[in-house]
Ligand binder design. Structure first.
Ligand code: ZN
Length: 248
């Protein structure tokens, strides 16, 4: 992310995030012999639902530490964008520097884009080796992201995505896209559910389906995602108004 010492800070941060997120709720398990969900869905508290025609946007700041091929990454982002769009959430992906020295090459990646902007770290095997993960996990995220936080991270263990995709004979970009959408779901408060994109353990049939179609959020999950984004935006607006009042 920023120089050697900056990278050390990143690793410490990731360690804290994974620990706080809880391995059982934030990561995808997709071992071949497993076919059931490991975690049941727990409804979140009732929230004010946004209008049906309101399509909130999230921004994902991408740090491609694993140097995933650009074309593959764009394909994965397109898959995740489609899944989120089915839930009426628009995703925008912005590429960000891997070190402070690279900052000038990424002028479109400012530090703070608000509470509906998140961070995607695509980690190398070495980086994953420094944090605690179950071997079957493909990614992790805080579950949920604090509603006032501005840079909650999704961590993706890309080499495991490639291995798993190879095992079932699908393109890794298709699986990576589903991992991204699943982890965005966790950031926005979704728990695991018995089927669909938020299933805790994707079975072989789910993985095969990903090869030519998409797993989706349920109608209730989609409404919850948008309600969460509305709430986050409202909290940010209220916070800005308080600051403006204080500055006068
Ligand atoms: Zn999960």
């Amino acid at each position: 992310m920023k120089s050697q010492s900056g990278m050390g800070e990143l690793i410490v941060r990731l360690l804290l995030v994974v620990g706080a997120a809880g391995l059982g709720t934030s990561a995808i398990a997709a071992a071949p012999q497993q076919t059931g969900s490991s975690t049941s869905s727990t409804p979140l508290p009732a929230a004010k639902l946004p209008p049906q025609d309101w399509h909130p946007q999230i921004i994902v700041r991408v740090h491609n530490y694993a140097h995933v091929d650009t074309e593959l990454l764009l394909g994965a982002e397109a898959v995740a964008t489609s899944i989120l769009r089915e839930a009426k959430v628009e995703a925008r992906w912005v590429y960000c520097p891997l070190s402070q020295e690279d900052d000038e090459r990424y002028p479109r990646c400012p530090a703070d884009w608000g509470t509906n902007a998140f961070v995607l770290n695509i980690l190398t095997p070495e980086m994953v080796g420094r944090i605690q993960t179950r071997v079957e996990n493909l990614g992790s995220a805080p579950a949920p992201c604090d509603e006032d936080a501005t840079s909650c991270p999704i961590n993706v263990f890309y080499f495991r995505v490639v291995q798993r995709a190879d095992q079932v004979g699908i393109h890794p970009g298709r699986l990576l896209g589903h991992v991204l959408a699943h982890e965005v779901g966790h950031l926005l408060g979704e728990n695991h559910s018995p089927k669909g994109i938020m299933r805790g353990t994707w079975g072989r049939d789910d993985l095969k389906l990903m090869g030519f179609s998409i797993l989706e959020f349920s109608t209730d999950q989609a409404a919850q995602l948008r309600a969460t984004l509305l709430r986050r935006a409202a909290r940010q607006e209220a916070s800005r108004n308080v600051k403006l009042s204080a500055d006068r």
